[in-house]
Design a binder for this molecule. Structure first.
Ligand code: SF4
Ligand code: SF4
Length: 238
């Protein structure tokens, strides 16, 4: 049975836009070249609305809504840029930077990091909250990859790609609050994981230097995530 999808109209930043009713505000905005920041969102994976960077405002409401998990609606008037949203995004980014040791100059992803790029784009030059500077281990037990928890922003993209696309379910989260960590299997060294296929999908979707390929210099550490929308589309068609 062919499913029909209704086309609706809405406004984003006062621009008239048409969209499919099953699309999210973030998807529609990006299709129309409108920038909404995000870090946990990755095209091709499920959306979790975790990082809260993509919050937008709706005219007629006081609430801020995560654009990656909010569906568009007929007649909606979305605001993607306001003083309140800029302040909020800045605060979220500052908290992320303060939580772990994001010292870009000594990071393997320097120059290829989504967190760094976003901070530059949003004009963040310093932060107003104290750095926590916890010390986390770097797991280099895997033959080809490394995991530096100090660079992890807990976006869970690696966990979702490993489960939803690779189907290995190797990665998960352990702990609470600031001590939350990405773990392999039942928190064993990544290199000893019996479920990891070594596909590298997690490394390629990681927005920071938390997951990296061994033997690559900072200049070579650009991530390749174009494969995701393609794989997702092929699965849907199949
Ligand atoms: S390399 Fe592949 S299988 Fe192993 S943890 Fe990463 S995504 Fe999962
Ligand atoms: S390791 Fe990378 S992809 Fe995984 S949660 Fe941390 S920052 Fe996100």
């Amino acid at each position: 049975m062919t499913q029909t999808v209704k086309i609706i109209t809405l406004k984003i930043d006062d621009k008239d836009i048409s969209a499919r009713e099953n699309e999210t505000i973030l998807e529609v905005a990006r299709e129309n070249g409108i920038f909404i920041p995000s870090l946990c969102y990755q095209e091709g994976l499920s959306s979790v609305g975790a990082c809260r960077l993509c919050l937008v405002e709706l005219k007629g409401s006081n609430k801020m809504l995560p654009a990656c998990v909010t569906l568009v609606g007929e007649g909606m008037e979305v605001v993607t840029d306001s003083e309140r949203l800029r302040l909020h995004r800045r605060m979220v980014l500052e908290m992320i930077f303060s939580e772990r040791n994001h010292t870009c100059s000594v990071c393997v992803s320097n120059g290829h990091c989504e967190l760094q790029t976003l901070a530059q784009k949003l004009g963040i030059t310093h932060i107003h909250v104290p750095y926590l500077y916890p010390i986390f281990q770097v797991d280099t037990t895997h033959k080809r990859f490394g995991m530096d928890h100090n660079r992890c922003i807990l976006c869970t993209r690696c966990i979702r790609v490993c489960s939803e696309i690779e189907g290995a379910n190797t990665l998960g989260l352990m702990g609470r609050g600031n001590n939350t960590q990405v773990i392999a299997d039942l928190n064993q060294p990544w290199g000893e994981s019996e479920t990891c296929t070594g596909c590298g999908k997690c490394v390629n979707v990681c927005p920071t230097g938390a997951l990296f390929e061994k033997g690559k210099s900072a200049a070579e550490m650009s991530k390749r995530r174009q494969f995701l929308p393609y794989l997702t589309m092929m699965r849907e068609e199949w």
